[in-house]
Design a protein around this ligand. Structure first.
Ligand code: ATP
Length: 354
């Protein structure tokens, strides 16, 4: 008798600096849970990034999108090596991946785990358990605008934001669906008191779509108040949905509340699954600690768990999350959290807690 197991094709783009190191640790966890949950991962390991640039003069090959396309998911470490190449050159392929694969939902959970110090006094594990959904394809970051009277005293910079009915409606529905699966509460960031076109469209669409989800309590808050309330009462939030710019601000704040960069996972999701989605830690390549073996691999490991959840391997994803939670609760920490463990030693502890 033959046994069949599910098989997932994963493109692994470790990238630069600590990106490659933390991705290696995430793969150790993925391989361990794949064995236990009877699925297989077929990995395409991509040597793209600054080393590729040194060898060939380009960070990624010309046909990089075609190489990525047949995969079920992309696991990314981090890119960037500003000492040799400006960030826009290393980041350009990521922007093209997000656009070409219509990864319009950037999902960033902020989950304060046991044993993790919080910048807010009086908060403990469980008090912060929220997800920020950032619109990832349009809004304030469409790169449209221009200059008038450039270089003169009358110089004017115009930066255009584009919010489409289709773009806003699809991210709101994605956020409502997630809230329905979590604590049935959705908060939308707006600023319609000052921006009378863009955020009036957001407000109107929230009013239009909310009746489709009668089981979810939805509200809107002006982004300035929302940022303040997130610091005052993080426990009141479940799912927060925001435009590209507001999402950028909210995710950084929420990530810090939950313990900082070493712990924060993220996704660039194509919810329709027409194309591969991409999973990556929020942090960058951290050149200051690259090669020292001290990076915290938690954000990369939790990103890998989010990838498994997206692929439908929910039990395996929960297993990784729980082992991270119990490892931190037992007091095992890397240096960014005040501990002494190296990147590899910390992952060893996580594997023991599986
Ligand atoms: P980018 O612009 O790509 O986000 P950056 O330099 O602004 O890059 P990071 O590379 O994320 O930001 O690093 C910011 C700081 O956080 C650095 O001091 C870095 O050492 C630290 N840091 C980032 N990720 C980790 C990690 N996984 N473990 C420990 N420290 C980290």
């Amino acid at each position: 008798m033959t046994t069949t197991s599910k098989l997932y094709r994963i493109a692994v783009y470790g990238g630069d600096g600590i990106g490659a190191d933390v991705t290696r640790e995430a793969l150790r966890l993925l391989n361990a849970v794949a064995q236990r949950h009877a699925f297989q991962l077929v990995l395409t390991e991509l040597d793209w990034g600054i080393d590729h640039y040194r060898r060939t003069g380009v960070v990624v090959p010309e046909n990089f999108l075609e190489i990525l396309r047949p995969h079920d998911a992309i696991l990314l470490g981090a890119v960037g090596w500003p000492a040799e190449l400006p960030d826009h050159a290393t980041l350009a392929p990521l922007v093209r991946i997000r656009q070409a694969f219509d990864q319009y939902a950037c999902v960033r959970p902020a989950w304060l785990l046991p044993g993790v110090p919080c910048v807010l006094t009086g908060k403990s594990a469980g008090d912060i358990d929220l997800v920020v959904i950032r619109e990832n394809s349009e809004g304030e970051y469409v790169d449209q605008g221009g200059w008038l009277h450039r270089g003169t005293d009358r110089e004017v910079a115009i930066q255009t934001a584009v919010h489409s009915r289709r773009g806003v409606a699809r991210i709101l529905r994605y956020a409502f669906e997630l809230a329905r699966k979590r604590k049935q509460k959705l908060t939308m960031a707006t600023k319609s008191n000052a921006q009378r076109y863009a955020y009036v469209l957001w407000d109107n669409l929230l009013d239009e779509i909310a009746p489709e989800y009668p089981d979810v309590a939805s509200e809107r808050q002006h982004c300035d108040a929302l940022l303040m309330n997130l610091v005052r009462w993080p426990e009141r939030f479940d799912v927060i949905v925001a435009s590209n710019l507001f999402g950028d601000l909210l995710t950084d704040l929420a990530g810090q509340l939950a313990g900082g960069l070493g712990l924060a996972p993220s996704t660039n999701t194509n919810p329709e699954r027409n194309f591969p989605s991409m999973f990556e830690p929020v942090h960058g390549s951290a050149p200051d600690i690259a090669g020292k073996g001290i990076a915290n691999p938690t954000a990369a490991i939790l990103s890998a768990a989010m990838m498994l959840e997206h692929l439908g391997e929910v039990a395996a994803a929960r297993m990784i999350e729980q082992s991270i939670a119990s490892t931190l609760a037992a007091g095992h920490r890397t240096r960014d959290l005040g501990g002494t463990l190296s990147t590899i030693e910390f992952t060893d502890r996580v594997l023991e807690h599986l």
